[in-house]
Design a protein around this ligand. Structure first.
Ligand SMILES: [Zn+2]
Ligand SMILES: [Zn+2]
Length: 215
């Protein structure tokens, strides 16, 4: 018996018979096969607590990938039967002067109840981001709840010119804000990330915006 799994997963191992996979793989196997061993539960909770940071990081990457994929392959898929393209084009039709206006630095009252100026912008955030965070909450509530809280706070700050459309802000720490996002407005085949720039770097759509002026 693997000593790690012996401590953390004494019952999971017994449920999967002679299978000698690593503890993390046995855990996911048990999770997705919905093992009926009632004594698994305590060991699962123990492992869930131990792996919270790892699971949060994994789900965060999954969520940001879903954002990237939705923006790139759904919102920017220019097909006459694609309603999501039309929804997203509303955002691209706005002038940089209005998006970056300094009077839009702070969240408006309706943002707190998840309504962002109009139906198009609201649908875009719901389809592009919120729905994926809700799905993660459904699969893994312990991680999904803090992720939803992060999404809520981040979206309040990011929607207008405080972060996302701040023409003076060089994107810090790989965040998809300020000049990074404004470069997407200038060249819509680049910089699709909504929260981080990682997936643009992975898929080759990253465009540097450092030093450029957008107004
Ligand atoms: Zn924008
Ligand atoms: Zn776009």
């Amino acid at each position: 018996m693997n000593s790690t799994s012996g401590v953390l997963l004494p019952h999971i191992e017994s449920c999967v018979g002679d299978y000698t996979a690593p503890a993390w793989l046995a855990y996911f196997q048990a999770l997705f096969t919905q093992s009926t061993c009632s004594s698994d539960r305590a060991a699962w909770y123990s492992l869930l607590r131990c792996t919270f940071a790892i699971r949060f990081a994994i789900w965060f990457l999954v969520w940001t990938f879903c954002e990237y994929a939705t923006h790139r392959w759904l919102f920017h898929s220019n097909h006459k039967w694609n309603p999501f393209f039309k929804i997203h084009q509303f955002h691209h039709s706005l002038s940089l002067e209005s998006l970056c206006a300094k009077e839009n630095r702070y969240p408006k009252p309706l943002y707190f109840v998840w309504f962002f100026d109009n139906v198009y912008e609201t649908l875009e955030i719901l389809i592009g981001e919120t729905i994926w965070a809700l799905l993660i909450y459904w699969v893994d509530p312990e991680v999904g709840l803090p992720l939803l809280c992060f999404h809520y706070v981040y979206e309040l700050l990011a929607t207008d010119s405080l972060l996302e459309h701040n023409a003076e802000l060089e994107a810090p720490l790989g965040l998809a804000v300020g000049k990074f996002h404004l470069e997407h407005h200038r060249v819509p085949t680049s910089n699709f990330g909504f929260t981080i720039d990682l997936w643009d770097r992975v898929f080759g759509t990253y465009r540097a915006s450092t030093g450029k002026k957008y107004l």
